[in-house]
Ligand binder design. Structure first.
Ligand code: MLT
Ligand code: MN
Length: 312
């Protein structure tokens, strides 16, 4: 199985269009040790032909332009794509807006939970994806889903979607239900176990997760690869930076550092490669020469970047 990180930044990307924090400023000037990053997305292929995109970011056009294997084959029909399916882990803007760029009468399949499919249903702009060409298929929770192309042919990739502690999409938050997770229900945020038909290896893709609980640890035990929520290094990072009032927890993202961070929570779980993705533009690990980036690396984590490849 071939995995490729298309976008390693959280919503907003890095640098973010309106951000004047020192990290975005440095990235804009091309400072050493900082890579620019597009918004959250992963691609996978197991059979050399069918590519599955995990989350369609607003930057998908640029991501496809930067990734030859996602472009129409030179020998292919006048209009074609190797992208057979798009799988969604939640309905946040950074994960669904790219669907709008995939219009143009191309056939592919969207896989998502009932909750996320309902968001597409309720927002009529997604009707630009003609239903007779772009089928929407339901992902059941805690069950293996074989990813099939529009013709029903196996793509060689299977996934298991499972609920993780998280939050309903920002634009759907119900303030009246602030005490009940702003209206969050099961299926609003899922993690994915990604497997291929031709190997026993499994990779986990969890770009949003508010907490590592016992269930999640048990699932991850023995995984070859984990791509995990690296939004913030510390919970109050956005407040400390002066760019926002929300903590990581308030946004449905657990932080990396400290006794209750993801490094510590997963330290005793055997996992092959552990890689942070969905990195916010305030996170100091974006500067690979920072002490925080060093801490992350010393604890066996890699810092995801656009174009990073994993072969399992
Ligand atoms: C998040 O991951 O918290 C969301 O992408 C936030 C957003 O929609 O901007
Ligand atoms: Mn996000």
């Amino acid at each position: 199985m071939h995995l490729k990180i298309l976008g390693s930044a959280a919503g907003g990307g890095f640098p973010q269009w309106n951000c004047n924090f020192h990290l975005s400023r440095a990235a804009r000037t091309g400072a050493a040790g900082l890579r620019t990053r597009t918004q959250s997305s992963l691609a996978a292929c197991a059979n050399g032909n069918d590519w599955i995109i995990f989350n369609a970011s607003p930057d998908i056009r640029e991501q496809i332009a930067a990734t030859t294997c996602l472009q129409p084959a030179a020998s292919g029909p006048l209009r074609s794509t190797p992208i057979s399916a798009v799988v969604l882990t939640n309905a946040d803007v950074d994960h669904i807006a790219g669907l709008l760029s995939l219009r143009e009468k191309e056939r592919f399949v969207i896989y998502a939970t009932d909750r996320v499919l309902a968001v597409l249903e309720q927002n009529s702009i997604f009707n630009v994806l003609d239903r007779t060409l772009v089928e929407r298929r339901k992902l059941s929770l805690d069950a293996k889903s074989i990813i099939l192309d529009w013709q029903g042919r196996p793509t060689g990739i299977s996934i298991e979607a499972f609920p993780v502690p998280g939050k309903i999409a920002l634009f759907l938050e119900d303030e009246a239900k602030a005490d009940e997770g702003f209206g969050t229900q099961e299926g609003d945020t899922v993690g994915l176990r990604i497997t291929s038909d031709n190997s026993d290896a499994s990779a986990f893709y969890i770009p949003g997760c508010a907490r590592v609980d016992r269930d999640l640890k048990a699932r991850l035990d023995g995984a070859q690869c984990l791509m995990f929520d690296g939004t913030v290094f510390t919970d109050d990072e956005m407040l400390a930076a002066g760019v926002g009032a929300k903590t990581g927890q308030r946004m449905g993202h657990m932080h990396i550092a400290g006794a209750d961070g993801s490094i510590a929570a997963l330290a005793d779980v055997p996992i092959g490669r552990r890689i942070y993705v969905h990195i916010n533009n305030t996170n100091p690990i974006l500067d690979e020469r920072s002490p925080e980036a060093q801490i992350v690396r010393e604890h066996g984590w890699e810092i995801g970047y656009d174009g990073m490849e994993v072969r399992l």
